[in-house]
Each structure stands twice: as C-alpha cells, then as structure tokens.
Ligand binder design. Structure first.
Ligand code: HEC
Length: 184
C-alpha cells in the first residue's frame, strides 16, 4: 500500500469511528449522566434520582460526577450565592436551621459538627437533604425528605438544581475551620 492510500484509509477509519460515536450519544449521555448513585441516610437503600428533561446543565453534571458545580462558583461570587440563600429561606429550611443556617431547632449547617460524617462531601449532604434521615443523635429530630422524585417528599419537593444551590450557599457560610474538602 502506498503512503497516500494508507493516510486515506486512516482518515476514513477515524471518520467512521466518530460517526458511530455521534450516532450513539443519546444513550451514552443518558447513561453517563446518571452515574452518581445515591444511598439513603435513613436505611442505606438506594435513592432513585434520575436526570429529567427540566434539569439544568449543573444538575446533570452533579448527577454524573457527584460534584456540585455551584460550590466553587459561589465561593468566588457572593452575589451568585444569594440565589442559594433565597431558596434556603423560601423553602423553610431556615425555620429549623436558622436564617443564617447556624442552628435553631435543627442543627447548625455551617459548623464542623456534622450529624453524619459523609456531609463533608457533596454527595453525602445531598443524600440527607434529598432523602431525609432518621435522627441522630436523638437530641435533634429527623430531616424531612425534600427531593421531588422521592416518595414522602415535603410538599411539592425540590428539584436537584435547587438542592445544589442551597448546598453551595451553605458551603460559603462555613465557619467550622479545618479542612474544606468540598472545595477540592
Ligand atoms: C422541620 C425541621 C427541619 C426543616 C424544615 C429542615 N431541616 Fe434539615 N435537619 C433537621 C434535623 C432535625 C436534622 C438532623 C437530622 C439527623 O440528625 O438525623 C437536619 C439535618 C440537616 C442537615 C445535616 C446537618 C449536619 O450537621 O450534618 C442538612 C445539610 C440539612 N438538614 C439541610 C436542610 C435543608 C437544605 C432544608 C430545607 C430544604 C432543611 N434542612 C429543612 C430539621 C429540619
């Protein structure tokens, strides 16, 4: 085979491979977009939270990677973070956790004392807000279920994006010192 023919063959092969990839992106993207699997803080069962048509790009990214894309954004942009604070108040989180999330009849969400160690990760905190908890230690009650795709949700529930915005704002308010792994 001449060099010219070999190059042409290579180009055709590459084009062919690209073509196949494009044809399959629908399925591939959907599969990849749901690769973060969530575990209930109540009983370790799996929380069936799926990508839905109305999800934002940020929600899709989180459901694929388990990393909240708003966290680093809000850390740099106090103005953007206000959206998260607004949702925190609007949805009544402040009623139990205080207007500044520093605790009331529910625990502080901005100190280093976590009810469950996993709350230092985006995935872990999301699991407790989305699916609720059973209460631990007993001096606090349990957390409600908030995700709109889960049975037993509070009212209409919240979508993935809203929970992520609230979480990202909470991280900006953190005053517990030490490691801040959610910014890594
Ligand atoms: C009716 C009261 C109540 C409301 C309303 C409420 N929470 Fe909670 N929340 C709790 C209690 C009680 C706990 C402790 C649960 C446990 O220890 O199992 C908790 C725990 C948490 C935790 C983990 C705290 C930690 O220190 O590890 C987060 C995060 C959280 N709530 C976020 C929210 C958000 C966000 C909202 C609004 C969407 C909300 N909560 C609304 C009562 C409430």
């Amino acid at each position: 085979m001449t060099k010219a023919k070999l190059s042409l063959l290579l180009i055709l092969l590459v084009m062919n491979a690209c073509g196949h990839k494009d044809a399959g992106t629908g399925d591939i993207a959907l599969g990849a977009a749901e690769s973060c699997s969530f575990t209930s803080t109540k009983d370790n069962s799996s929380l069936a939270i799926k990508v839905v048509a109305s999800d934002t790009a940020e929600a899709k990214e989180f459901l694929a990677t388990c990393q909240n894309p708003y966290t680093k954004l809000y850390a740099k942009d106090a103005e953007a973070a206000k959206v998260g604070k607004k949702q925190f108040s609007y949805n009544g989180c402040s009623g139990c956790h205080g207007g500044n999330a520093n605790g009331l009849m529910g625990p502080s969400l901005i100190d280093a004392k976590w009810q469950y160690a996993k709350h230092i990760t985006d995935k872990g905190m999301f699991e407790t807000i989305a699916g609720g908890s059973n209460g631990s230690p007993p001096e606090w009650g349990s957390m409600l279920t908030w995700h709109n795709q889960l049975p037993g949700k509070t009212g209409e529930g919240l979508d993935t994006d809203t929970i992520l915005k609230i979480m990202a704002w909470l991280r900006t308010q953190y005053i517990g010192g030490g490691e801040t792994p959610w910014l890594n």
